[in-house]
Design a protein around this ligand. Structure first.
Ligand code: ADP
Ligand code: MG
Length: 228
């Protein structure tokens, strides 16, 4: 599903240039659950942003479902992102001026059917995430755990093949964090390819594969050990 070849990203701030990712080779198959770990500043968010087509690499190649995305226009990238990729962030990134259902509906476009079909899909995902009774609320009226579930509902509304999560439990207490982790695991069990950045060793251990970064390079890439 994902193939990175010598992928690099340099950030420039004024005259200072930081190499956030240094010639990464990485392959992720459809249906995998991969945890990205490593110390603060090692390039985890940069990697996720590149995978999610939110940013462009400085060098190397990125093949997404066999397609070289480097040569695509911004408009083409946006279309690929909308149709195939869902994002969950640590800070939820919900629009507080809108209701929960309108936040989720933001993820849907013409390609996702008529307005009526889109409303039905929004109701379906909110129900799935146990949020049907909060559809008319605004995000600020909800707990952090509920807000993150709204963000997940938005991320999966268009049925993306790839779900990217950047420290999705970072702003949650441990009970709500476990709930979000359970949900992510279910989505992966149903076939969604999942790449999750996490600081938590316990949460990383839920993924079948763990990629550890250090200074923009892959230090360890290991399949989880299975204990009998
Ligand atoms: P992580 O998510 O692992 O904490 P990041 O990917 O956010 O790490 O950052 C990797 C490196 O790139 C850090 O040194 C960070 O300061 C730098 N960096 C990230 N984003 C930018 C940016 N937009 N401009 C300049 N430097 C950045
Ligand atoms: Mg980060």
């Amino acid at each position: 599903m994902i193939e990175l070849k010598q992928l690099s990203k340099r950030h420039r701030a004024g005259t200072v240039e930081t190499t956030a990712l240094d010639a990464i080779d990485l392959q992720i198959e459809a249906g995998e659950y991969v945890a990205i770990t490593g110390p603060s500043g090692c390039g985890k968010s940069t990697l996720l942003g590149l995978l999610g087509l939110l940013d462009r690499p400085s060098g190397g190649r990125y093949l997404l479902q066999g397609e070289d995305v480097a040569r695509k226009s911004d408009r083409e990238l946006a279309a690929i992102r909308r149709g195939r990729i869902g994002f969950v962030f640590q800070s939820f990134n919900l629009v507080d001026e809108m209701t929960v259902q309108d936040n989720v509906k933001l993820a849907l476009r013409y390609g996702n059917g008529s307005d009526r079909q889109q409303r039905a899909r929004v109701a379906e995902v909110l129900d799935r995430l146990g949020l049907a009774h909060r559809a008319g609320h605004h995000p600020s009226q909800l707990s952090g755990g509920q807000q993150q579930r709204v963000a997940i509902a938005r991320a999966i509304a268009a049925r993306p093949a790839l779900l990217l999560a950047d420290e999705p439990t970072g702003n949650l207490d441990s009970a709500h964090g476990r709930e979000v982790m359970q949900l992510l695991r279910e989505l992966n069990d149903e076939g969604t390819t999942l790449v999750m950045v996490t600081h938590s060793a316990e949460h990383a251990a839920q993924a079948a594969r763990s990629v550890r970064l250090l200074d923009g390079r892959i230090l360890v890439d290991a399949q989880a050990e299975h204990w009998a």
